[in-house]
Design a protein around this ligand. Structure first.
Ligand code: LLP
Length: 421
Protein backbone atom coordinates (compact mmCIF):
# COMPACT_ATOMS: atom_id res chain seq x y z
CA UNK A 1 0.00 0.00 0.00
CA UNK A 2 1.24 3.51 -0.71
CA UNK A 3 0.10 7.11 -0.44
CA UNK A 4 0.38 8.15 -4.09
CA UNK A 5 -3.17 8.65 -5.28
CA UNK A 6 -5.20 10.75 -7.66
CA UNK A 7 -6.90 13.56 -5.77
CA UNK A 8 -9.27 15.71 -7.84
CA UNK A 9 -7.83 14.14 -10.96
CA UNK A 10 -4.20 14.87 -10.16
CA UNK A 11 -1.59 12.47 -8.80
CA UNK A 12 -0.64 13.46 -5.27
CA UNK A 13 1.86 12.34 -2.70
CA UNK A 14 -0.18 12.34 0.50
CA UNK A 15 -1.57 15.91 0.61
CA UNK A 16 0.79 17.45 -1.95
CA UNK A 17 0.01 17.54 -5.65
CA UNK A 18 2.75 16.34 -7.96
CA UNK A 19 2.34 19.20 -10.50
CA UNK A 20 2.83 21.68 -7.65
CA UNK A 21 6.07 19.92 -6.69
CA UNK A 22 7.19 19.82 -10.32
CA UNK A 23 6.62 23.55 -10.55
CA UNK A 24 8.73 24.22 -7.46
CA UNK A 25 11.50 21.64 -7.89
CA UNK A 26 11.75 21.20 -11.65
CA UNK A 27 11.83 17.80 -13.31
CA UNK A 28 12.90 15.07 -13.08
CA UNK A 29 12.77 14.47 -9.33
CA UNK A 30 12.25 11.67 -6.86
CA UNK A 31 9.35 12.03 -4.46
CA UNK A 32 9.00 9.96 -1.28
CA UNK A 33 6.04 9.63 1.04
CA UNK A 34 6.67 9.64 4.79
CA UNK A 35 3.35 7.94 5.59
CA UNK A 36 4.25 5.08 3.24
CA UNK A 37 7.74 4.70 4.70
CA UNK A 38 6.31 4.66 8.20
CA UNK A 39 3.58 2.23 7.33
CA UNK A 40 5.96 -0.21 5.64
CA UNK A 41 8.38 -0.07 8.52
CA UNK A 42 5.68 -0.63 11.13
CA UNK A 43 4.01 -3.50 9.27
CA UNK A 44 7.37 -5.19 8.73
CA UNK A 45 8.64 -4.67 12.28
CA UNK A 46 5.24 -5.75 13.62
CA UNK A 47 5.68 -9.13 11.96
CA UNK A 48 8.36 -9.90 14.56
CA UNK A 49 6.43 -8.79 17.63
CA UNK A 50 7.21 -11.03 20.54
CA UNK A 51 10.55 -12.11 19.07
CA UNK A 52 13.84 -10.63 20.24
CA UNK A 53 14.47 -8.91 16.90
CA UNK A 54 16.05 -5.74 15.46
CA UNK A 55 15.17 -4.35 12.05
CA UNK A 56 18.35 -2.96 10.53
CA UNK A 57 17.20 -1.05 7.46
CA UNK A 58 19.52 -1.75 4.50
CA UNK A 59 20.75 1.74 3.65
CA UNK A 60 21.86 0.72 0.19
CA UNK A 61 18.22 0.84 -0.97
CA UNK A 62 17.92 4.55 -0.21
CA UNK A 63 20.42 6.34 1.96
CA UNK A 64 19.12 9.88 2.01
CA UNK A 65 19.57 11.31 5.50
CA UNK A 66 15.90 12.27 5.72
CA UNK A 67 14.77 8.75 4.83
CA UNK A 68 17.14 7.17 7.35
CA UNK A 69 16.05 9.62 10.01
CA UNK A 70 12.37 8.90 9.39
CA UNK A 71 13.06 5.21 9.99
CA UNK A 72 15.49 5.80 12.87
CA UNK A 73 12.73 7.66 14.70
CA UNK A 74 10.64 4.50 14.53
CA UNK A 75 13.47 2.49 16.07
CA UNK A 76 15.25 1.16 13.00
CA UNK A 77 18.87 0.11 13.09
CA UNK A 78 21.04 0.06 9.97
CA UNK A 79 22.69 -2.46 7.71
CA UNK A 80 25.59 -0.69 5.99
CA UNK A 81 28.05 -1.85 3.34
CA UNK A 82 30.63 0.91 3.31
CA UNK A 83 32.15 3.42 5.63
CA UNK A 84 30.17 6.05 3.77
CA UNK A 85 26.92 4.33 4.65
CA UNK A 86 28.10 3.84 8.23
CA UNK A 87 28.70 7.58 8.54
CA UNK A 88 25.28 8.25 7.07
CA UNK A 89 23.66 5.95 9.64
CA UNK A 90 25.52 7.54 12.55
CA UNK A 91 24.77 11.03 11.29
CA UNK A 92 21.07 10.22 11.06
CA UNK A 93 21.11 9.29 14.72
CA UNK A 94 21.24 5.51 14.60
CA UNK A 95 23.06 4.14 17.64
CA UNK A 96 26.27 2.19 16.92
CA UNK A 97 24.76 -0.71 18.85
CA UNK A 98 22.16 -1.03 16.07
CA UNK A 99 24.55 -0.92 13.11
CA UNK A 100 25.72 -4.00 11.20
CA UNK A 101 28.48 -3.73 8.60
CA UNK A 102 27.96 -6.18 5.72
CA UNK A 103 29.67 -6.50 2.35
CA UNK A 104 32.03 -8.72 0.44
CA UNK A 105 35.24 -6.75 0.95
CA UNK A 106 36.00 -4.20 3.62
CA UNK A 107 39.13 -2.08 3.42
CA UNK A 108 41.44 -1.73 6.43
CA UNK A 109 40.38 1.88 6.92
CA UNK A 110 36.74 0.79 6.96
CA UNK A 111 37.45 -1.89 9.55
CA UNK A 112 39.28 0.65 11.72
CA UNK A 113 36.49 3.17 11.54
CA UNK A 114 33.88 0.51 12.33
CA UNK A 115 35.89 -0.71 15.32
CA UNK A 116 36.40 2.85 16.51
CA UNK A 117 32.66 3.55 16.23
CA UNK A 118 32.01 0.35 18.22
CA UNK A 119 29.18 -0.83 15.99
CA UNK A 120 27.24 -3.98 16.85
CA UNK A 121 28.73 -6.43 14.38
CA UNK A 122 30.87 -6.80 11.30
CA UNK A 123 29.73 -9.51 8.91
CA UNK A 124 32.75 -11.26 7.45
CA UNK A 125 32.49 -12.92 4.07
CA UNK A 126 35.75 -14.79 3.56
CA UNK A 127 38.71 -16.29 5.39
CA UNK A 128 41.19 -13.65 4.12
CA UNK A 129 38.83 -10.92 5.33
CA UNK A 130 38.60 -12.62 8.72
CA UNK A 131 42.38 -12.81 8.98
CA UNK A 132 42.69 -9.15 8.06
CA UNK A 133 40.03 -8.04 10.53
CA UNK A 134 41.76 -10.01 13.28
CA UNK A 135 45.03 -8.28 12.42
CA UNK A 136 43.46 -4.81 12.40
CA UNK A 137 41.61 -5.42 15.67
CA UNK A 138 44.75 -6.70 17.42
CA UNK A 139 46.67 -3.71 16.13
CA UNK A 140 44.05 -1.44 17.70
CA UNK A 141 43.95 -3.43 20.92
CA UNK A 142 40.32 -4.33 20.30
CA UNK A 143 38.16 -7.36 19.66
CA UNK A 144 35.94 -7.28 16.59
CA UNK A 145 32.43 -8.61 17.09
CA UNK A 146 31.69 -10.67 14.01
CA UNK A 147 29.22 -12.86 12.23
CA UNK A 148 30.31 -15.04 9.37
CA UNK A 149 28.10 -14.64 6.36
CA UNK A 150 27.29 -18.12 5.21
CA UNK A 151 26.35 -18.94 1.65
CA UNK A 152 23.70 -21.66 1.96
CA UNK A 153 23.76 -22.69 -1.72
CA UNK A 154 20.08 -21.95 -2.17
CA UNK A 155 18.58 -20.60 -5.37
CA UNK A 156 16.54 -17.51 -4.50
CA UNK A 157 14.75 -17.70 -7.89
CA UNK A 158 15.16 -14.01 -8.56
CA UNK A 159 16.98 -12.02 -11.27
CA UNK A 160 20.47 -13.48 -11.72
CA UNK A 161 22.15 -10.15 -10.92
CA UNK A 162 20.54 -9.97 -7.48
CA UNK A 163 20.74 -13.64 -6.44
CA UNK A 164 23.43 -14.06 -3.78
CA UNK A 165 22.97 -17.46 -2.14
CA UNK A 166 24.16 -19.87 -4.82
CA UNK A 167 27.53 -21.65 -4.80
CA UNK A 168 28.61 -19.72 -7.89
CA UNK A 169 27.87 -16.32 -6.28
CA UNK A 170 30.71 -14.31 -4.76
CA UNK A 171 28.99 -13.92 -1.40
CA UNK A 172 29.74 -15.48 1.95
CA UNK A 173 31.53 -18.61 3.09
CA UNK A 174 30.24 -21.91 1.69
CA UNK A 175 27.98 -23.50 4.27
CA UNK A 176 29.89 -26.75 3.90
CA UNK A 177 32.97 -25.01 5.35
CA UNK A 178 31.19 -22.98 8.00
CA UNK A 179 32.06 -25.10 11.04
CA UNK A 180 35.74 -25.21 10.10
CA UNK A 181 35.93 -21.41 9.67
CA UNK A 182 34.04 -20.73 12.90
CA UNK A 183 36.51 -22.97 14.73
CA UNK A 184 39.40 -20.98 13.23
CA UNK A 185 37.72 -17.70 14.16
CA UNK A 186 37.26 -18.92 17.75
CA UNK A 187 41.06 -19.17 18.01
CA UNK A 188 41.70 -15.58 16.93
CA UNK A 189 42.40 -13.14 19.75
CA UNK A 190 41.10 -10.13 17.86
CA UNK A 191 37.77 -11.78 17.06
CA UNK A 192 34.66 -12.25 19.15
CA UNK A 193 32.04 -14.45 17.51
CA UNK A 194 28.61 -12.93 17.98
CA UNK A 195 26.55 -14.11 15.06
CA UNK A 196 25.86 -15.90 11.84
CA UNK A 197 24.53 -14.10 8.77
CA UNK A 198 22.77 -14.96 5.54
CA UNK A 199 21.29 -12.99 2.67
CA UNK A 200 20.23 -15.07 -0.29
CA UNK A 201 19.05 -12.41 -2.72
CA UNK A 202 16.72 -9.54 -3.37
CA UNK A 203 13.16 -9.24 -4.71
CA UNK A 204 12.11 -12.72 -3.60
CA UNK A 205 8.43 -13.35 -4.15
CA UNK A 206 8.23 -16.80 -2.58
CA UNK A 207 9.05 -17.99 0.94
CA UNK A 208 10.41 -21.38 -0.10
CA UNK A 209 14.05 -20.36 -0.67
CA UNK A 210 14.07 -18.41 2.60
CA UNK A 211 12.68 -21.43 4.42
CA UNK A 212 15.32 -23.68 2.91
CA UNK A 213 18.14 -21.29 3.79
CA UNK A 214 16.99 -20.59 7.36
CA UNK A 215 16.51 -24.30 8.03
CA UNK A 216 20.09 -24.82 6.95
CA UNK A 217 21.15 -21.94 9.18
CA UNK A 218 19.34 -23.46 12.18
CA UNK A 219 21.15 -26.74 11.56
CA UNK A 220 24.47 -24.91 11.55
CA UNK A 221 23.70 -23.10 14.81
CA UNK A 222 22.94 -26.44 16.46
CA UNK A 223 26.07 -28.02 15.06
CA UNK A 224 28.18 -25.08 16.23
CA UNK A 225 26.81 -25.58 19.73
CA UNK A 226 28.09 -29.15 19.73
CA UNK A 227 31.53 -27.64 19.08
CA UNK A 228 31.14 -25.26 22.01
CA UNK A 229 30.60 -22.24 19.73
CA UNK A 230 27.61 -20.12 20.67
CA UNK A 231 26.15 -17.57 18.25
CA UNK A 232 23.83 -15.04 19.85
CA UNK A 233 22.66 -13.16 16.78
CA UNK A 234 21.06 -14.58 13.65
CA UNK A 235 21.21 -12.06 10.82
CA UNK A 236 18.68 -13.19 8.24
CA UNK A 237 19.39 -10.47 5.65
CA UNK A 238 16.71 -8.76 3.59
CA UNK A 239 15.22 -9.76 0.29
CA UNK A 240 11.46 -9.84 0.67
CA UNK A 241 10.09 -8.56 -2.62
CA UNK A 242 7.47 -5.98 -3.55
CA UNK A 243 4.82 -5.76 -6.27
CA UNK A 244 6.18 -4.01 -9.35
CA UNK A 245 3.95 -5.70 -11.89
CA UNK A 246 1.21 -7.63 -10.16
CA UNK A 247 3.52 -9.94 -8.24
CA UNK A 248 2.04 -11.16 -4.97
CA UNK A 249 4.97 -11.41 -2.61
CA UNK A 250 4.31 -12.96 0.80
CA UNK A 251 3.09 -10.54 3.44
CA UNK A 252 5.55 -9.61 6.19
CA UNK A 253 3.36 -11.53 8.67
CA UNK A 254 3.82 -14.74 6.67
CA UNK A 255 7.55 -14.09 6.48
CA UNK A 256 7.60 -13.50 10.25
CA UNK A 257 5.76 -16.75 10.84
CA UNK A 258 8.27 -18.62 8.67
CA UNK A 259 11.13 -17.04 10.67
CA UNK A 260 9.50 -18.26 13.90
CA UNK A 261 9.09 -21.75 12.48
CA UNK A 262 12.63 -22.08 11.16
CA UNK A 263 14.80 -20.33 13.76
CA UNK A 264 12.45 -19.26 16.57
CA UNK A 265 13.38 -22.21 18.78
CA UNK A 266 17.08 -21.34 18.93
CA UNK A 267 16.75 -18.64 21.58
CA UNK A 268 18.86 -16.20 19.57
CA UNK A 269 18.50 -12.50 18.86
CA UNK A 270 17.32 -11.96 15.27
CA UNK A 271 18.45 -9.21 12.93
CA UNK A 272 16.59 -8.40 9.73
CA UNK A 273 17.92 -6.24 6.92
CA UNK A 274 15.03 -5.16 4.70
CA UNK A 275 15.66 -2.47 2.12
CA UNK A 276 13.38 -2.59 -0.91
CA UNK A 277 10.29 -3.56 1.06
CA UNK A 278 10.52 -0.45 3.20
CA UNK A 279 11.27 2.17 0.55
CA UNK A 280 10.45 0.68 -2.87
CA UNK A 281 6.80 1.65 -3.09
CA UNK A 282 7.34 4.77 -1.00
CA UNK A 283 8.93 6.60 -3.92
CA UNK A 284 8.21 7.69 -7.47
CA UNK A 285 10.32 9.33 -10.13
CA UNK A 286 8.47 12.26 -11.67
CA UNK A 287 9.39 13.28 -15.19
CA UNK A 288 8.09 15.59 -17.88
CA UNK A 289 7.33 14.51 -21.41
CA UNK A 290 9.68 16.36 -23.75
CA UNK A 291 8.62 15.01 -27.11
CA UNK A 292 6.28 12.52 -28.65
CA UNK A 293 7.69 10.86 -31.69
CA UNK A 294 5.53 8.77 -33.95
CA UNK A 295 7.98 6.40 -35.61
CA UNK A 296 7.10 3.91 -38.30
CA UNK A 297 7.01 1.00 -35.88
CA UNK A 298 6.21 2.71 -32.62
CA UNK A 299 5.23 5.81 -30.77
CA UNK A 300 7.99 7.00 -28.46
CA UNK A 301 7.33 9.15 -25.42
CA UNK A 302 10.61 10.91 -24.72
CA UNK A 303 11.03 11.94 -21.09
CA UNK A 304 13.40 14.32 -19.37
CA UNK A 305 14.42 11.49 -17.01
CA UNK A 306 16.90 8.94 -18.25
CA UNK A 307 18.79 5.78 -17.38
CA UNK A 308 21.24 7.80 -15.30
CA UNK A 309 18.35 8.75 -12.99
CA UNK A 310 16.87 5.24 -12.72
CA UNK A 311 19.07 2.45 -14.02
CA UNK A 312 16.94 -0.53 -12.96
CA UNK A 313 15.11 -1.06 -16.28
CA UNK A 314 18.40 -0.91 -18.19
CA UNK A 315 20.36 -3.05 -15.76
CA UNK A 316 17.87 -5.73 -14.75
CA UNK A 317 15.11 -5.35 -17.34
CA UNK A 318 13.12 -4.25 -14.32
CA UNK A 319 9.48 -3.32 -14.73
CA UNK A 320 8.26 -0.03 -13.26
CA UNK A 321 4.70 1.03 -13.81
CA UNK A 322 4.45 4.38 -15.62
CA UNK A 323 1.35 6.52 -15.15
CA UNK A 324 0.14 9.92 -16.25
CA UNK A 325 0.04 12.51 -13.47
CA UNK A 326 -3.10 14.08 -14.91
CA UNK A 327 -5.87 11.52 -14.55
CA UNK A 328 -7.99 13.06 -17.29
CA UNK A 329 -7.62 10.86 -20.32
CA UNK A 330 -6.32 7.87 -18.38
CA UNK A 331 -9.43 5.86 -18.98
CA UNK A 332 -10.25 7.35 -22.37
CA UNK A 333 -8.30 6.39 -25.41
CA UNK A 334 -4.98 4.85 -24.47
CA UNK A 335 -2.03 4.55 -26.82
CA UNK A 336 0.66 1.88 -26.81
CA UNK A 337 4.03 3.58 -26.47
CA UNK A 338 7.67 3.02 -25.61
CA UNK A 339 8.73 5.33 -22.79
CA UNK A 340 12.33 6.36 -23.24
CA UNK A 341 14.92 8.81 -21.96
CA UNK A 342 17.12 11.15 -23.98
CA UNK A 343 20.44 9.35 -23.40
CA UNK A 344 22.19 8.02 -26.48
CA UNK A 345 21.67 4.34 -25.80
CA UNK A 346 18.88 2.03 -26.86
CA UNK A 347 18.96 0.67 -23.31
CA UNK A 348 17.73 4.04 -22.09
CA UNK A 349 14.17 2.75 -22.12
CA UNK A 350 11.86 2.83 -19.11
CA UNK A 351 9.17 0.64 -20.57
CA UNK A 352 8.10 -0.93 -23.82
CA UNK A 353 4.55 -1.21 -25.15
CA UNK A 354 3.05 0.69 -22.25
CA UNK A 355 -0.40 2.18 -22.14
CA UNK A 356 -0.49 5.95 -21.70
CA UNK A 357 -3.25 8.40 -22.65
CA UNK A 358 -3.45 8.95 -26.39
CA UNK A 359 -3.71 12.68 -25.75
CA UNK A 360 -0.48 12.84 -23.70
CA UNK A 361 1.34 16.02 -24.75
CA UNK A 362 4.86 17.41 -24.44
CA UNK A 363 4.95 19.22 -21.11
CA UNK A 364 2.73 16.66 -19.37
CA UNK A 365 4.02 14.83 -16.31
CA UNK A 366 4.38 11.10 -15.77
CA UNK A 367 5.32 9.13 -12.68
CA UNK A 368 7.57 6.10 -12.77
CA UNK A 369 6.32 4.08 -9.82
CA UNK A 370 7.99 1.93 -7.18
CA UNK A 371 11.23 3.84 -7.61
CA UNK A 372 12.03 4.50 -3.94
CA UNK A 373 14.49 1.62 -3.65
CA UNK A 374 17.68 1.42 -5.69
CA UNK A 375 16.63 4.51 -7.64
CA UNK A 376 18.35 7.70 -6.47
CA UNK A 377 21.19 5.73 -4.85
CA UNK A 378 22.12 4.12 -8.15
CA UNK A 379 21.84 7.28 -10.20
CA UNK A 380 24.84 8.78 -11.95
CA UNK A 381 25.82 11.81 -13.92
CA UNK A 382 26.23 9.92 -17.21
CA UNK A 383 25.96 12.26 -20.20
CA UNK A 384 26.86 15.06 -17.75
CA UNK A 385 23.34 15.14 -16.46
CA UNK A 386 22.95 16.56 -12.97
CA UNK A 387 21.87 14.18 -10.20
CA UNK A 388 18.11 14.16 -9.72
CA UNK A 389 16.79 15.99 -6.66
CA UNK A 390 14.83 14.19 -3.98
CA UNK A 391 11.73 15.46 -2.21
CA UNK A 392 10.10 14.11 0.94
CA UNK A 393 6.41 14.69 1.57
CA UNK A 394 4.72 14.43 4.94
CA UNK A 395 0.99 15.19 4.99
CA UNK A 396 0.63 18.54 3.25
CA UNK A 397 4.28 19.51 3.82
CA UNK A 398 7.23 18.81 1.58
CA UNK A 399 10.97 19.40 1.72
CA UNK A 400 13.75 19.10 -0.82
CA UNK A 401 16.00 16.51 0.81
CA UNK A 402 18.65 16.58 -1.91
CA UNK A 403 19.13 19.55 -4.18
CA UNK A 404 19.84 19.30 -7.88
CA UNK A 405 23.55 20.08 -8.12
CA UNK A 406 24.66 22.50 -10.78
CA UNK A 407 26.36 21.31 -13.96
CA UNK A 408 29.16 23.79 -13.21
CA UNK A 409 29.82 22.06 -9.88
CA UNK A 410 30.00 18.79 -11.72
CA UNK A 411 32.51 20.06 -14.26
CA UNK A 412 34.52 21.71 -11.48
CA UNK A 413 35.29 18.26 -10.06
CA UNK A 414 37.58 17.68 -13.05
CA UNK A 415 41.12 19.03 -12.83
CA UNK A 416 43.12 19.88 -15.91
CA UNK A 417 46.86 19.16 -15.57
CA UNK A 418 49.15 22.16 -15.98
CA UNK A 419 50.70 20.85 -19.19
CA UNK A 420 47.40 21.29 -20.98
CA UNK A 421 47.14 24.99 -20.17
N1 LLP B 1 21.34 -7.29 3.29
C1 LLP B 1 22.33 -7.52 2.42
C2 LLP B 1 23.57 -8.15 2.89
C3 LLP B 1 22.17 -7.18 1.07
O1 LLP B 1 23.15 -7.43 0.20
C4 LLP B 1 20.96 -6.56 0.64
C5 LLP B 1 20.77 -6.18 -0.75
C6 LLP B 1 19.97 -6.31 1.61
C7 LLP B 1 20.19 -6.70 2.91
C8 LLP B 1 18.67 -5.65 1.25
O2 LLP B 1 17.93 -6.41 0.36
P1 LLP B 1 16.42 -5.99 -0.04
O3 LLP B 1 15.58 -6.14 1.20
O4 LLP B 1 16.46 -4.60 -0.50
O5 LLP B 1 16.05 -6.96 -1.09
N2 LLP B 1 20.13 -2.91 -6.98
C9 LLP B 1 19.30 -4.10 -7.00
C10 LLP B 1 19.16 -4.73 -5.63
C11 LLP B 1 20.47 -5.11 -4.99
C12 LLP B 1 20.33 -5.73 -3.64
C13 LLP B 1 21.65 -5.92 -3.01
N3 LLP B 1 21.62 -6.40 -1.67
C14 LLP B 1 17.94 -3.72 -7.58
O6 LLP B 1 17.74 -2.57 -7.97
O7 LLP B 1 17.07 -4.59 -7.71
Amino acid sequence: MNHFEYIDGVLSAEGVSIPELAEKVGTPFYCYSTATLERHYKVYAGAFDGLDATVCYALKANSNQAVIKTLAKLGAGADVVSVGEMRRALQAGIAPSKIIFSGVGKADAEMREALDADIAQINVESIPELVELNRVALDMGKKARIALRINPHVDAKTHEKIATGKAENKFGIDWTRAIEVYRDAAQMDGIEITGIAMHIGSQLTDLTPFREAFTRLAGLVEELRTHGIEVKNLDLGGGLGIAYQGETPPLPAAYGQMVRETVGHLGCHITLEPGRLIVGNAGILVSRVMYIKDGEAKRFVILDAAMNDLIRPTLYNAYHEIIAVDEAGVDDKMATVDVVGPVCETGDTFGKDRKLPDNLQPGDLVAICSAGAYGAVMSSTYNTRALTPEVLVSGDKFAIIRERPSIDDLIALDKVPGWLD
